[in-house]
Design a protein around this ligand. Structure first.
Ligand code: HEM
Length: 423
C-alpha cells in the first residue's frame, strides 16, 4: 500500500508509545516524517494517516460520510451506547439525530444551566485542602454536573443510585481492551464472566435510566437537559421513545464525562505552573477567562484525533489514499504547528487577546464538520464556571516539572492526575 511515511517500529511498540506518551510520540512522528504521516497501532486494525495542515484537516471534516463514516469507529461501544446512539449513526440518520440532540445546547436555554454548574463547582472546590488529585475530583464533579444538569437528578437517593450505576457501567467501558475483547466474544458465560458482569451492569443502569426518564416525563417541565430532550419531535411530530432518550443520555455521558474531567485537570495542571495567569484570572475579566479556556483546550486537547475509516479510495492533500485505511485530523498536531501558533508549546492565554487574534479555524479541540462535538458550548461553559470558582484558590504544583500526557481510555490526561497543593 502506498501510504505516507511513518515509523517502522512494530505496531506493539507504536501502541505503547501512543498510550503511555502520546504527546512525545506525535511530536516525534511529526518531526521525523512531517505531514501527513502514517502510524500503526492496535488502536485500529488498519494503518492510520494523520493530517495536521488546516487545509487537509478541513478536507477530512468535509469527507462524504458515505465514504468515510465516523460511526464505525464507535462500533465497539454498541452494547452500551445503544442502537439509536448518535455516536454510531452516519449520514442522514446521524444528521437527524444531531438536530434533535442539539436543542438544549443553544442560547438562553443552555445559559440557564450556568448557575447550577457554578454552585456545584463552588461546593466541590470549597472542600479542597492539602494535596488534591484534580483529575479524580474533576471526574467526580463532572459526573455530579451530568447527573444534576443533564439527567435532572435532584440529589438524595436518586443521585446516589445513579452515581453508583454509572460508575459500574463506565468502569467496564473505560477498560477499552476488555471492551474490545467482549465485543468479539459477546457470549454470556454466566454472571461471573466479564461479558455477563458487563450485561448486568448495563441492565441495572438501563433500569435506573428508564426510571429517570419516566419521572421527568411525569414532572412535565423542569430545568434539565433531559426535560428539554423530552420536548423533541421527529419529522412526523412524534415524541422520542424511552429507549431513544436512554441512548441520548448515554451519548451525552460517554461524550461529556471523561473529556471534560481531563480538560479541567489539565487546566489545574497548567494554572498551578503559571501563577501569573492564575492571578490575572482572579481579576474577573470574562474575556481573559475565555482566553484561558481556549488556551487549555489548545495546548492540552483531551482528544488527539478525529478519525474516519475510508470505505472507498479518497483524495486528501492531493494524495490518493486507498480504501481500508483510517484517516485522522490530528487535533493535537494541528494546534501545535509553529507556523500558526508562535511558541506553540507555551501556555499563553494572552495570545487570544492580541491583534491579530489566532485564526479560530485552526483551533479544533472539538473536531469539526458534521461530527463536531455536540456538547461543545456546554463543555466550554462548564470549564468557565469551574475556573471562575477556582480563581481565588491558592494552588501550587506538587513537583515543578510539567506533567506528561498519557492516555486513559479515549482521552489524554496528566500522568500524575493533575496533582496540586491547595492552601
Ligand atoms: C472539553 C470537553 C470536550 C472535548 C475536548 C470534546 C471533544 C469532542 C471531539 C473531538 C469529538 C469528535 C469530533 C469528530 O469526530 O470530529 C466529540 C464528539 C462528541 N461530543 Fe464532545 N467533547 C467535550 C465535551 C463534551 C460534552 C460536555 C458533551 C455533552 C454534554 C459532549 C458530547 C459529544 C457528543 C454527543 C459527540 C458525538 C458527536 C457526533 O458524533 O455527531 N462532549 N467531542
Amino acid at each position: 500500500m502506498d501510504l505516507p511515511p511513518g515509523p517502522r517500529a512494530p505496531a506493539a511498540w507504536q501502541t505503547i508509545a501512543w498510550m503511555a506518551r502520546p504527546a512525545a510520540f506525535l511530536r516525534r512522528v511529526h518531526a521525523r516524517f512531517g505531514d501527513p504521516a502514517t502510524i500503526r497501532t492496535y488502536w485500529t486494525t488498519e494503518p492510520m494517516v494523520l493530517f495536521s495542515h488546516p487545509d487537509h484537516v478541513r478536507e477530512i471534516f468535509r469527507l462524504d460520510p458515505a465514504i468515510a463514516p465516523a460511526g464505525q469507529s464507535w462500533e465497539f461501544l454498541r452494547p452500551f451506547a445503544g442502537a439509536h446512539s448518535i455516536l454510531l449513526l452516519d449520514g442522514e440518520e446521524h444528521l437527524r439525530e444531531r438536530r434533535l440532540m442539539q436543542t438544549p445546547f443553544h442560547g438562553e436555554r443552555m445559559r440557564a444551566f450556568a448557575p447550577t454548574i457554578a454552585e456545584l463547582a463552588r461546593g466541590e472546590l470549597g472542600g479542597w485542602r492539602g494535596r488534591v488529585v484534580t483529575l479524580e475530583r474533576m471526574r467526580h464533579l463532572t459526573l455530579e454536573i451530568i447527573l444534576r444538569v443533564v439527567f435532572g437528578a435532584q440529589g438524595g437517593e436518586e443521585t446516589d443510585d445513579l452515581r453508583e450505576a454509572v460508575e459500574g457501567a463506565l468502569g467496564s467501558v473505560r477498560s477499552l481492551p476488555r471492551m474490545l475483547a467482549m465485543a468479539l466474544v459477546q457470549r454470556d458465560l454466566g454472571p461471573a464472566s466479564p461479558w455477563g458482569r458487563f450485561r448486568l451492569a448495563v441492565e441495572r443502569f438501563d433500569a435506573l435510566l428508564l426510571d429517570v426518564v419516566a419521572r421527568r416525563r411525569a414532572e412535565r417541565g423542569g430545568d434539565s437537559v433531559l426535560a428539554l430532550l423530552l420536548e423533541q419531535r421527529d419529522d412526523d411530530g412524534n415524541p422520542p421513545t424511552d429507549r431513544h432518550l436512554r441512548d441520548q443520555l448515554v451519548a451525552l455521558l460517554v461524550g461529556g464525562h471523561d473529556s471534560s474531567a481531563a480538560s479541567l485537570a489539565w487546566a489545574f495542571e497548567r494554572l498551578a505552573r503559571h501563577p501569573d495567569v492564575h492571578a490575572r484570572l482572579g481579576e474577573g475579566d470574562p474575556g481573559y477567562l475565555d482566553a484561558v479556556v481556549r488556551e487549555v483546550l489548545r495546548v492540552r486537547p483531551a482528544l488527539t484525533i478525529a478519525p474516519r475509516r475510508l470505505l472507498e479510495p479518497a483524495r486528501i492533500a492531493g494524495r490518493e489514499l486507498p480504501a481500508g485505511v483510517q484517516v485522522a485530523a490530528c487535533l493535537w498536531l494541528a494546534m501545535r504547528r509553529e507556523d500558526l501558533w508562535p511558541a506553540a508549546g507555551a501556555f499563553r492565554p494572552e495570545r487570544w487577546l492580541e491583534d491579530p487574534a489566532p485564526n479560530p479555524m485552526s483551533w479544533i479541540p472539538f473536531g469539526g464538520g458534521v461530527r463536531r462535538c455536540a456538547g461543545a458550548p456546554f463543555a466550554e461553559m462548564e470549564m468557565r464556571e469551574v475556573l471562575r470558582a477556582a480563581a481565588d484558590l491558592r494552588i501550587r504544583p506538587v513537583r515543578p516539572e510539567a506533567e506528561r500526557a498519557q492516555r486513559s481510555m479515549l482521552v489524554v490526561v496528566p500522568d500524575r492526575g493533575g496533582e496540586v497543593i491547595v492552601g
